[in-house]
Design a binder for this molecule. Sequence first.
Ligand SMILES: NC(=O)C1=CN([C@@H]2O[C@H](COP(=O)(O)OP(=O)(O)OC[C@H]3O[C@@H](n4cnc5c(N)ncnc54)[C@H](OP(=O)(O)O)[C@@H]3O)[C@@H](O)[C@H]2O)C=CC1
Ligand SMILES: O=C(CO)COP(=O)(O)O
Length: 333
Amino acid sequence: MRISVLGAGGWGTTLAILLYFNGHEVTLWEYKKSYAKTLSKSRENKLYLPGVRIPKEIRITHALEEACDHQHMIVIAIPTQYIRSVLSQIKKHDFSDTTFISVSKGIERDTLMTVSQIIQDELKNISPSQVGVLSGPSHAEEVSRKIPTAVVAASSDELTAKEIQAAFITSYFRVYSTTDILGVEYGGALKNVIAIGAGIVDGANFGDNTKAAIMTRGIAEISRLGMALGARPETFSGLSGMGDLIVTCMSRHSRNRYVGEQIGRGKKLKDILKSMNMVAEGVETSKAVHKLSQDHEIETPICSAVYKILFEERDPVKITYELMTRDMKPESE
Ligand SMILES: NC(=O)C1=CN([C@@H]2O[C@H](COP(=O)(O)OP(=O)(O)OC[C@H]3O[C@@H](n4cnc5c(N)ncnc54)[C@H](OP(=O)(O)O)[C@@H]3O)[C@@H](O)[C@H]2O)C=CC1
Ligand SMILES: O=C(CO)COP(=O)(O)O
């Protein structure tokens, strides 16, 4: 198959290489013209995936129209808040034979849309069966080194989910399938906010008990909000829910956990973000989650605490004790 990957960050580059070795004809689109040239020449993504060789057969380009022409699949690996501006440049293109696959994990700040919703909103002529998602516990640093990983391919159309599954599966990258596309997207986006909370626990020197509480009560609130937004409950105990929450809260590779850790140590958000070239989706997504939970009147105390720490400069230690001393309630609520 001809497959284009839009976004040459760590994840886009990793998946482009995986797809190439799976026998596909792969194009990798990079946002900056100068960096596209550097990548084409050096065949190493030193900024986002150092030490991994990009095969010379992968076409690297900055020309978006060209990258999208006559593709069977287009993989979107762009930070969520920039996806609409990229898609708006190709909205006139004929995509009647193309499937779009989002591998990005966030919610658009201004519209509160998931990535599959942004794709359908921006590219009016494509049907839901042309849209899918691939998500789960999968740090680029490990997949690019062929470390065994399991993820899930989702589309409201079962056949599309299975096509995506078949395109990506390898002996070290196991792909399951589901039709709960929204559940997979909400799990992937919301776990980033909880992972910032887990990082705060690390940075502020709370303990393992605290982190386990954040993760367990975190998946409870992800499920609560996700279900109110149309997701299926069982999806949140799967790879894209609990699975991705575990890896993101625990891994040294996680950028979201890192942001939280620095906040917990007393650093300012703007200084942390200035020092990072990679994206921590949970920061902007926490604004969207704050709004979604208010709009739908769903309690999301941990996400709400993360939002207040990031954007209202609330003290992480004080707010943790506020969480601990809320009204008594049954665990099932
Ligand atoms: N890294 C990982 O392990 C995983 C990441 N993801 C998800 O994949 C998505 C992409 O993340 P990742 O690959 O890690 O990204 P990185 O943090 O590695 O890189 C950021 C990317 O964003 C690009 N970018 C910056 N500004 C813009 C813009 N205005 N328009 C378009 N692109 C822009 C950068 O391009 P440039 O260098 O030219 O500025 C770069 O390619 C995220 O949603 C993330 O949550 C999902 C699973 C695993
Ligand atoms: O989604 C991821 C792993 O599954 C990547 O998480 P971070 O963006 O926090 O690094």
